[in-house]
Design a protein around this ligand. Structure first.
Ligand SMILES: Cc1cc2nc3c(=O)[nH]c(=O)nc-3n(C[C@H](O)[C@H](O)[C@H](O)COP(=O)(O)O)c2cc1C
Length: 221
């Protein structure tokens, strides 16, 4: 696939079909994605992929914890106070998505059911967990970010859709236990992978972007 086409057509898939993704395909995607650059080629990523029974156990635990209102315990803290412009964009995303899904502003039940999809991993057959050594800094998280986009673009080449979500690592203890992730590794981020459900309206919303003239400042040419 053409890179620009892939960049333009990647989207966060929030409804997956049950069809499995083969181990061969996943390993190919990971092999391609790990061509990503990293600080002095440190390649700080440790990747754990869960599917089948292992993922079902993690999923069950996440859904129970969410249903019981258990406090989340992410290993990288979430942002408490976003700068106002970003707070606005978060709101804009919510309003746009709910309108698209036909969920009204005050329908708390439907909004909650929608949020719950995160803890169900959007029904994905696989989740990739990106980890790194606990002694590392933001620079290595940066490398993991580069790897994340590479995974999602490489996945597209293989017809596989993706959903990056912090909620996939909201309760890291279950993931650590199930996948036997060593204590010295931080569980940083999760990406759900699978094949999109074409019929779901979850997958037809196109998120907006800031105009490029606002984002990029140029001078001297
Ligand atoms: C670091 C990060 C965390 C995210 N966390 C969530 C999440 O918890 N739930 C969710 O539905 N989407 C999550 N997303 C997806 C974003 O909402 C999405 O990328 C953004 O709205 C742009 O839409 P697009 O990916 O469809 O282009 C996350 C994406 C990133 C990169």
């Amino acid at each position: 696939m053409d890179v620009v086409k892939a960049l333009n057509s990647r989207f966060t898939c929030r409804a997956f079909k049950q069809d499995p993704v083969t181990k061969e395909t996943i390993l190919k995607i990971m092999e391609e994605a790990t061509h990503s650059p990293s600080w002095a080629n440190t390649q700080p990523w440790e990747i754990f992929v869960a599917g089948g029974d292992a993922l079902e156990r993690i999923r069950r635990n996440f859904m129970e914890s969410y249903a019981n209102d258990e406090p989340i315990t992410p290993e990288i803290p979430w942002v408490e106070n976003w700068p106002s412009a970003m707070e606005e964009r978060i709101k804009e995303l919510g309003i746009g998505r709910f309108k698209h899904l036909g969920i009204s502003r005050d329908d708390k039940i439907a909004k909650n059911a929608n949020w719950r999809l995160n803890f169900k991993f959007f029904d994905a057959p696989l989740v990739v967990y990106l980890c790194m050594h606990e002694s590392l800094t933001e620079w290595s998280i940066f490398d993991l970010g580069l790897l994340s986009q590479s995974i999602m673009l490489a996945a597209q080449e293989h017809g596989v859709d993706s959903a990056p979500s912090v909620n996939l690592v909201a309760y890291p203890n279950f993931i650590r236990k199930e996948l036997e992730i060593p204590e010295e590794l931080m569980i940083v981020f999760g990406i759900a992978l699978g094949y999109k459900d074409e019929k779901s309206p979850q997958n037809t919303y196109k998120s907006p972007r800031r105009p490029i003239e606002e984002v990029v400042r140029t001078k001297g040419f």
